[in-house]
Design a protein around this ligand. Structure first.
Ligand SMILES: CC(=O)N[C@H]1[C@@H](OP(=O)(O)O)O[C@H](CO)[C@@H](O)[C@@H]1O
Ligand SMILES: [Mg+2]
Length: 594
């Protein structure tokens, strides 16, 4: 690890940017052809008609469990895998209708429950440009999932078809993929039953990370257009990232190895393949927590969610002072970095830190490239650390928007900027380049060699960053590219600002739906009076901030608190949790002091 140079955060963050051109080692040598560990995708063309009769016959094998209300939420449908059979079948039907509605555009289906325990699973739909399913269709997915019997199922399908004027005789195409969960194959079978019954063509994209599926969908739908996103294969994905990464770090010394905790999930084999394509002489990783197929291992005591929530190393980690480390979540769409300081303190570099680093780098590059008409903006949620927002607005002087929790909100807001950097504190995020910004970058001509190099690097960044969704593999390469460029240690990156101590706690209440918020979820409107009580508590703490909202993915209310010191933060979080429990129908154990 390089020596740490102590300097002010401002200096560390704004160190002048110097593009180089000398390649070392040769990043432009041909990409290797690697045999992929998993079989390539398999396409099935189906020519049969869409009939309700076929659908009802197939549906009989996938009855809806009684007394369960399903909701297509922030993360699609997600729950115990044993409850998902009918959901998978019905999601298959929705996917087919959505594809028919969009003239046969490929719709993606991802079977995963991300960072949830291994016994859970879930499913998400992906729209043609690789983005999340349009919100109005989430409502259709929910109503179809809840149709209690065949008649209701047919009625709901008819209503969706009529409301959207869908011609069911149009072609339809589905691309699906799944993570490493043992429940995956059975759920795939249910999904395929629906797709076949509805007479649709489909492609099994196999074992993939969630962002790889998003990539695949966008590639298939843009093939042969001016807007072609890439080759719609796994190797195409690796080659695109590898070529861009090699170009950005071409003149630089390789960093010390990065320990990557893959949460015992799909990220492990995929990262291994990616690194093989890039070349170990250019990037070195040490993959840990790669126990695929070991019962109960997935996300257990490891992974990005464990590290972010617990603010500690995964148990058994061998990471010590001087090491560089990162964690993915179970479907490899979240990334956090961390290191152990010389005094033994654990230091987390979360989504907020990644956003700050990326915004800083891109702003410098835009300036160096002479395309400063391109404006960068950052999108955060209320969970962003207060000091990260101060750093972005006061030091980088970049516009920052705060939106509701959930990637779709961040993604949509980020689309409003020329370059929109968005990250949830938990490590899910990406950078979006508008069509105009891409055009400017593509056509820019440098007036000096330095400008020409900076333009080429900016171009490479647009290929390196997954534009469809947050992607741990792509984000990791982005961070590694920036750190390699600056030859920064994690500690140097960390110097941009110091996180305010923060705490996230859950409170279980009888009905979390009574919690209504405003102002990007930062204030409660209901239950009446609770916000005033929270405000009164917060006022007692230096740099205190706390807010309460109902989780969209768990049956609980989340309390977030931050303050000037660890002790004040923990006390504030506990006091607010106690307040919620007492005044808003807490059930089970009363919150305890941390
Ligand atoms: C505090 C927090 O991390 N909340 C997460 C979590 O949402 P909740 O609505 O808070 O349960 O899961 C979402 C989906 O993965 C993710 O987008 C979000 O950031
Ligand atoms: Mg995930």
């Amino acid at each position: 690890m390089s020596d740490i140079t102590h300097q002010s955060p401002e200096m560390a963050a704004r160190r002048p940017f110097t593009p180089f051109t000398k390649p070392s080692p040769d990043p432009f040598r041909p990409l290797p052809h690697i045999p992929l560990l998993y079989p390539p995708s398999r396409t099935i063309q189906i020519m049969s008609a869409f009939t309700f009769e076929n659908i009802v016959t197939a549906s009989a094998l996938h009855p809806k469990p009684q007394n369960i209300q399903f909701t297509y939420g922030t993360a699609g449908f997600r729950m115990k895998a044993s409850l998902l059979d009918s959901i998978m079948f019905r999601v298959g039907l929705i996917a087919v209708l959505r594809s028919k509605k969009l003239d046969g555009s490929v719709i993606g289906v991802m079977i995963t429950a991300s960072h949830n325990p291994e016994e859970d699973n879930g499913v998400k739909l992906v729209d043609p440009r690789g983005e999340m399913l349009e919100q109005s269709w989430e409502v259709y997915a929910t109503s179809l999932a809840n149709a209690p019997n065949d008649d209701a199922l047919v009625e709901t399908l008819e209503r969706i078809i009529a409301q959207n004027k869908i011609d069911v005789n149009k072609p339809s195409n589905i691309l699906y993929a799944y993570d490493t969960r043992p429940s995956g194959p059975a759920l795939v079978a249910s999904l395929e039953d629906a797709i076949k019954a509805a007479g649709s063509s489909y492609t099994n994209f196999g074992l993939k990370t969630t962002p790889q599926l998003h990539y695949g969908v966008r590639c298939l739908n843009t093939q042969g257009t001016n807007d072609a996103y890439g080759e719609p294969t796994e190797i195409g994905y690796y080659n695109k990232l590898a070529t861009a990464f090699r170009q950005i770090v071409s003149d630089k010394q390789r960093l010390s190895p990065l320990y990557v905790d893959c949460a015992n999930g799909v990220g492990a084999p995929k990262l291994r393949e990616l690194i093989e394509v890039i070349g170990e002489d250019i990037i070195s990783v040490n993959i840990v927590n790669d126990k695929i197929g070991v019962e109960g291992a997935l996300n257990h005591n490891c992974g990005a969610d464990y590290v972010k929530t617990g603010q500690r190393l995964p148990p058994g980690s061998t990471v010590t002072s001087g090491d560089r480390a990162a964690s993915f979540d179970g479907d490899a769409d979240r990334l956090v970095y961390y290191y152990v300081d010389t005094d033994g303190t654990f230091r987390l570099l979360d989504g907020d830190k990644i956003a700050g680093l990326s915004a800083m780098f891109i702003m410098d590059l835009v300036q160096a490239a002479g395309v400063d008409s391109i404006k960068v903006g950052v999108v955060q949620t209320a969970y962003a650390n207060g000091n990260s927002t101060t750093y972005l607005t006061k030091v980088l002087k970049v516009p920052v928007s705060c939106v509701s929790t959930g990637v779709k909100h961040l993604h949509h807001e980020a689309e409003k900027y020329d370059v929109g950097v968005y990250f949830e504190a938990n490590g899910h995020g990406t950078v979006l380049f508008s069509a105009e910004a891409l055009q400017t970058i593509r056509t820019a001509k440098g007036r000096t060699p330095a400008q020409t190099t900076a333009i080429a690097q900016l171009r490479a960044l647009t290929d390196l960053i997954n534009q469809t969704v947050g992607d741990a593999l792509s984000d990791m390469l982005l961070v590694e590219a920036i750190l390699t460029h600056r030859q920064w240690s994690l500690k140097e990156w960390d110097q941009a600002y110091t996180d305010l101590p923060n705490r996230l706690v859950k409170v279980v209440v009888a009905n979390r739906h009574i919690f209504k918020t405003t102002n990007a979820e930062r204030q409660l409107v209901e239950p009446a009076g609770l916000q005033a009580d929270i405000d009164a508590l917060v006022a007692k703490y230096t740099s205190g901030r706390s807010f309460v909202r109902a989780s969209g993915t768990e049956d609980a209310v989340r309390v977030y608190a931050e303050a000037a010191t660890r002790a004040e933060t923990d006390e504030l979080a506990f006091r607010v949790a106690e307040l919620v429990f007492d005044k808003a129908g807490g059930v089970g154990t009363r919150p305890a002091r941390v």
